[in-house]
Design a protein around this ligand. Sequence first.
Ligand SMILES: NC(=O)C1=CN([C@@H]2O[C@H](COP(=O)(O)OP(=O)(O)OC[C@H]3O[C@@H](n4cnc5c(N)ncnc54)[C@H](OP(=O)(O)O)[C@@H]3O)[C@@H](O)[C@H]2O)[C@@H](O)CC1
Ligand SMILES: Nc1ncnc2c1ncn2[C@@H]1O[C@H](COP(=O)(O)OP(=O)(O)O)[C@@H](O)[C@H]1O
Ligand SMILES: [Mg+2]
Length: 284
Amino acid sequence: MASDVLMKKLTQAILEQTITKRANATHKGDYGRILIIGGTEQYGGAVIMNALAAVHSGAGLVTVATHPSNFTALHSHLPEAMVTDYTQDLTSFIRSADVILIGSGLGEQLTILTTTLSSVTPEQILILDGSALTLLAEHQLNLPDARVVLTPHQMEWQRLSRLEIAEQTPENNLTALATFPAQTILVLKKCHTQIYTENDSFELTIGGPYQATGGMGDTLAGMIAGFVGQFHVSLENAVLAAVYAHSAIADDLARERYVVLPTQISAELPKLMHRYAEKKTDKL
Ligand SMILES: NC(=O)C1=CN([C@@H]2O[C@H](COP(=O)(O)OP(=O)(O)OC[C@H]3O[C@@H](n4cnc5c(N)ncnc54)[C@H](OP(=O)(O)O)[C@@H]3O)[C@@H](O)[C@H]2O)[C@@H](O)CC1
Ligand SMILES: Nc1ncnc2c1ncn2[C@@H]1O[C@H](COP(=O)(O)OP(=O)(O)O)[C@@H](O)[C@H]1O
Ligand SMILES: [Mg+2]
């Protein structure tokens, strides 16, 4: 049966609408304070990829709360990021962040998640990815009063929504999203990722299987954090622009590559953003 939900197709117009030229009289505090929480000993790469994407997106200040065994690797990839031990009290770090991204490579760290959920405030943006989504579903945790963005792949969405992947139609997804707090944004990742808001739905028509590499979603989550922390047209616009930019860069790189690595996408971000800030859009 054909879907009754009209999904808007994302185009590069979302980048033109969202990515703006920077004003001269600004400083790092104007471009988002991002706190990334995740990365067990096994999954340190996930937060490194979050942070690479956030910093390359232009985030002003990035702090990574992770297992201490990841500090050296993180710093060697990205001296721009600060670190803290995620087993220590994170309350003051959470309080001073504009955007909190939790879950990539978080593994079974339930207490860190519950502490975070109970510490965020309504004006903060909370992005939940990876293991945070699985823990949320397993322990039936409630989302806090905050500006929430969920970034599940299809199986994570199945765990959260109880919709089997085959049942994840636009109608069913919107119905399931309505059971979450109003204004929650859902980024349902797959081939042709879909984005659902309370009143609207969008579909990506770009991207491809050259993106099927571990860490590709961690990179997207870091980009979303970077974009929402600095572009304030609307939360929805910033999320949509990050999703579009992620696959637009992948498509561009895939012209000459069999696979595209997540870290290559981050490395290309400043160039793409420059083109759109200057409205030099001929290349995509
Ligand atoms: N370098 C690092 O540190 C990395 C760390 N990572 C971190 O690892 C943690 C676990 O995350 P995860 O996604 O790897 O595992 P999980 O949540 O069990 O999901 C996999 C199951 O779902 C199924 N599946 C169905 N549809 C799907 C779809 N569209 N996309 C994807 N999967 C789909 C899939 O089916 P199958 O592959 O069996 O066919 C399988 O049964 C998380 O915190 C993450 O951030 C990773 O980012 C990798 C790099
Ligand atoms: N075949 C594909 N076509 C387009 N995009 C894809 C494809 N496979 C994976 N992706 C993208 O790669 C990302 C994978 O996210 P995720 O599964 O969370 O990865 P990870 O947790 O390993 O970082 C999503 O943005 C998804 O849309
Ligand atoms: Mg993931």
